[in-house]
Design a binder for this molecule. Structure first.
Ligand SMILES: Cc1cc2nc3c(=O)[nH]c(=O)nc-3n(C[C@H](O)[C@H](O)[C@H](O)COP(=O)(O)O)c2cc1C
Length: 241
């Protein structure tokens, strides 16, 4: 095993869901660095359809904790990060990617550059442009079912599928952030027990934005770990075929 794998082992083993944090001991810079690292997480089509809201104001933290059902982990958190999925920003993100490719491949007759441009100009609108009644999504589903009779085809093409796509990528950002916090000698707890509507209002988010998860931050105290770690046996979850 390499040295870095050993260090990574320590980081992964050290990360626990922490429900009680130390009242004073923590370094806000560790959060800043972890937020920066989290943005290196992969995202579907590199669309980066997420936003990260850092809540550090004591009054707002109190309110946010209340919206998280006053859980132990939110009540003692020094700061909280709200990871937001933004499927509604697809046009802006596709354009950013498109502009990047144009700039990057400006003076090259590159096949890769050209196909990537088509990808962001044609395929992304086809996938992400969904109406609230689900009509476009249903038509797309029917279309891919027919194509899939003859060859392998991506079948996740309607609005619900796209929401899942966006949440998957947002969760990878969240996990990268939490592992970085562990590497910084800090602790976190992912939280999905919250009133999403109230949290969205607190952050001033539009209705199509969705809260992916909230991450509490601080440094653990011994009572902050609720016992031994439990994992289902490997034989039940890992398969080699
Ligand atoms: C998406 C997600 C949502 C979670 N929501 C909560 C929550 O609302 N409150 C809480 O105390 N823990 C929450 N957890 C923490 C899990 O209970 C915890 O990760 C699990 O019990 C495994 O423990 P470990 O992280 O210490 O290994 C959540 C975890 C995930 C991944």
């Amino acid at each position: 095993m390499t040295e870095s794998a050993k260090i990574f082992d320590d980081i992964v083993n050290d990360r626990r869901a922490v429900r009680k944090f130390h009242p004073t001991d923590y370094d806000p810079e560790a959060i800043t660095r972890s937020l920066q690292r989290s943005r290196l997480a992969p995202s579907s089509s590199n669309m980066q359809l997420y936003e990260l809201y850092r809540v550090s104001d004591p009054e707002k933290l109190k309110l946010l904790s209340h919206y998280c059902m006053d859980q132990n982990t939110t009540e003692t958190a020094k700061e909280m990060i709200v990871v937001v999925a933004r499927p509604d920003l697809w046009k802006r993100r596709a354009k950013s990617n498109y502009d990047f490719v144009v700039k990057h491949y400006a003076n090259r007759e590159s096949h890769k550059g050209m196909s990537t441009m088509t990808y962001f100009k044609k395929l992304m609108p086809l996938l992400y442009n969904n109406d609230i009644f689900g009509i476009r999504g249903t038509l797309k589903k029917l279309f891919v079912q027919v194509i899939a009779l003859r060859k392998p085809m991506v079948r996740q093409v309607n609005g619900t599928d796209i929401r899942i796509v966006v949440h998957k990528s947002a969760a990878l950002v969240a996990q990268t952030f939490m592992l970085s916090m562990s590497a910084e000698g800090h602790d976190t707890c992912p939280v999905e027990g919250f009133d999403s509507l109230r949290v969205k209002k607190l952050l001033g988010l539009p209705w199509r934005a969705e809260i992916n998860m909230i991450i509490t931050c601080g440094k653990r105290i011994p009572e902050g770990i609720y016992g031994e770690r439990f994992r289902i046996p490997e034989s039940e979850v890992m398969f080699t075929i």
